[in-house]
Structure formats: C-alpha cells, structure tokens
Design a protein around this ligand. Structure first.
Ligand SMILES: [Zn+2]
Length: 404
C-alpha cells in the first residue's frame, strides 16, 4: 500500500488534537534513526545485567530485576520522559521495534527501532516525543507528526514490542505470563537447605524458565495435558502392558478401593491455565536433602541449572513448580509415582522439544556456565543431549509436531 496519508497530532496543554491531510504524496517524512544498543553513548547508561561478577544483591533486588516470561524484552516508563529497556535473554535480538500508543490517540507508532540488542542488555532512553516535534511511522505504514509533549504520567503511554527476529517470534508464542524474580530470604533464613545463587546461575535460571514456559505453552503439551488419559493408554499400548497407575489426572492418592478422584475435563482445562497464569515465581537453589516448592517458591539443584535443563532433565523442576501451582504429593500432577505423572510426561516432552530444536534456547554454549569454575561448586562438563529411542513423543510423532 502506498503511504499516501499524512497525519498531524498536536499536543496542546493536556489535550491532543488530531488532524490529517492528503498531501502525503509530497510530504517527505524524516524518521528518527535506528539505535544500535551494542554501541550506545554513556548518556544511555548501557549495561549488561547479570554479569558473572555483578554483586548478587542486585539480582535479588525484586524492584530492579523482574520480568514476565512472555515479555523478556521489557520497556518501562522511568520518570515522565524516559524509558528503561531491558532484555532478559542469553541471546541478543535484532530489529526490535518499540511501538507506542498514547492514551488519547488510537494508532500505534514506531517510537524506537533497535537494530541490535545484546544479551541481558539494559539502557535508558529519552522518549523522543518529549524532546521535539517528530515524524513517526505508523503501524499502518502512514506517517504521523507529533508535537512535543512535555512528559507522560503512568498509563498515558503504552509500549508494544514487535520483531521479525526468529528468537523473538518464538518467545512471543509463550502463553504463560508468570513473573520471575529471585528471592534471598530462603538461603538467608535456612542456609544449607537453600544456597545463595549468583548472576551466572541466574542467567541459567532465566534461560530455563523461558524454555520451560515455552514448553508448557506448546500445542503438543496442551494436547497431551488435556488428554492425559489418552497419553497413558498409548504408552501402555506401545509397551504392550496394562495401564500402570492412575488413568488420568487426579488430586489424591489411590483410595482403599483402588479408585482415584479423577478431575473432570473442565477442571483439567482450568488446571492447565493455572500453570500459565500471571502469578509470581521466586526461583531459588537448594543445597540440602531435597528440592522445595510452594507458594512463590520453586527451587532446584545447581546441577539442574548448570547442565540438567540443557539435557531435558526437568523432572525436579516440574515437581517443584507443581507445588508452586498448589498441588501436593497426593496428586500425580506433583508425584512421579503411581505410573508416572506430570514429571515424567513433561520430561519426555521437553526432551522431544530439544530433539526437534523447538525451544527458544538449545545451545549451552550461549552461557557456558558448566565451564565457569569460579561460579559453580560442582564439577561439570559440556552437556551433550541425546534422545532415548523409546521416548513416547518420539515414538508417536516421529519428528513431527514442531510449533510453527
Ligand atoms: Zn515435593
């Protein structure tokens, strides 16, 4: 479509008057230049979050470090005239477009165009609207000219992120809106049962929770979770045995008559979405006898963060996350016994996604934490993933099922 319309938005006191004309054929818009966040001047205060040697108290500051798993590229209004841009990802992005929408103007326009954003980047940017009158590209392809606006109160400007970067497109499919933070209270109050983390481990935890949230959001996972009875039946048929343990999701242990109180289809659907809701998860690390989860807490071992998740060993994490969602050991949503519940199924599924290369991050080399001997207590080597030929998802889908 031709960009044949040119709009003007005038800011007068607190109100904006909108007008348009059809002289766009002759108007030559002058857009702001794109921004390379790998080469910013000092005034943008560029930094890398979670540098290995960063003071861990910064990552435990919940006001400074938080993100939603479906929005690892985060734009937050700071003061009245600036934004803070943060990327919670071990891999950078290219061609990130930040669109803005004003409370009293219904079209989104391109505010910032980042040609490159490096991994775990943070910087600060003056909102160009607050500096002078500028032309902006509308989402529709037209141009808008907006007068200088002195500043914005919270809610007066909204930001929307778009990118054609393949990694961004994957992340955009995540349906979970869980908010991720790190909490130091566990190891401060119960040192030994829990251990302090450091930024090198936090980067692995962030990588894992984005991958895990993608896996939970995946259509194949939804289909298997909603039809767990079918999954159990197929598993038994393939093995040539009777169904082992519970036939479907249940909330209690087997009762005296060998009967579980299976959830209805409606309840199972609701439970699925509880796993993907907007609650806050505090990621922590255990050091004692067992991992723990419940309330905001979900924890696991250093080895799970450093190498386990790259190999698809997600059983412990799935178990603790299910406690965080609210299930106890009496349910096969948080118990691997009685023929295997969600832990076993999720782990098989997660490994199948690694096999398909259908997770946002599948290369442990992006962090190389296994080699950071100064930041880990265990001894590790590079995780090398292989799939078990008897993986039930491999047997059923035979390389198909990638989320396009
Ligand atoms: Zn447990």
């Amino acid at each position: 479509m031709r960009k044949n319309t040119h709009f003007f938005v005038f800011a007068l006191l607190a109100s904006i008057i909108f007008g348009c004309s059809d002289d766009g054929e002759n108007y030559k818009p002058s857009y702001l230049p794109s921004i390379d966040a790998t080469a910013l001047p000092a005034e943008n205060k560029p930094m890398t979050m979670f540098e290995d040697n960063e003071d861990p108290s910064i990552m435990y500051n919940k006001a400074d470090r938080w993100f939603r798993v479906n929005e690892p590229f985060q734009v937050i209004l700071k003061g009245k005239d600036s934004v803070q841009v943060s990327l919670y990802s071990p891999v950078g992005l290219t061609d990130v477009k930040v669109y803005a929408k004003l409370a009293n103007y219904d079209k989104k326009f391109l505010l910032f165009n980042f040609s490159k954003v490096p991994a775990f980047h943070r910087s600060f940017h003056k909102i160009p609207l607050t500096e002078q009158k500028n032309d902006y590209l509308l989402e529709t392809g037209n141009t808008v000219t907006i007068d200088k606006i002195d500043g914005f109160s919270s809610g007066a400007i909204e930001f929307f992120i778009e990118s054609e970067d393949p990694l961004f497109k994957k992340i955009k499919k995540i349906k979970s809106t869980h908010l991720v933070q790190f909490h130091d209270g566990y190891h401060i109050n119960e040192l030994g049962k829990f251990l302090p983390m450091n930024p090198a481990l936090a980067k692995e935890a962030i990588t894992m929770i984005i991958n895990y949230s993608y896996a939970l959001s995946h259509p194949l996972y939804y289909d298997t979770f909603i039809n767990f009875d079918r999954y159990k039946q197929e598993q038994a048929t393939t093995a040539g045995t009777a169904i082992n343990g519970a036939l479907n999701w249940h909330g209690n242990a087997e009762d005296v008559d060998g009967v579980y109180d299976y959830y209805s289809k409606e309840e199972i659907e609701k439970i699925y979405w509880n796993y993907l809701d907007k609650r806050t998860v505090w990621m922590a690390m255990v050091g004692g006898d067992s991992a723990w989860g419940g309330g905001n807490l979900a924890s696991q071992w250093e080895s799970g963060y450093v190498t386990g998740h790259w190999l698809g060993e997600m059983s412990v994490w799935s178990h603790e996350y299910s406690h965080h969602i609210g299930f106890s050991h009496s349910s096969n949503l948080a118990n691997s016994g009685e023929g295997g519940g969600q832990q076993e199924m999720l782990t098989h599924f997660y490994k199948y996604l690694i096999y398909l290369n259908d997770l946002p991050f599948t290369d442990p080399e992006v962090l190389k934490t296994y080699a950071k001997t100064a930041y880990v207590k265990g001894t590790y080597k590079k995780p090398v993933f292989t799939i078990n030929p008897k993986n039930p998802f491999l047997l059923k889908y035979k390389g198909e099922g990638k989320w396009n």
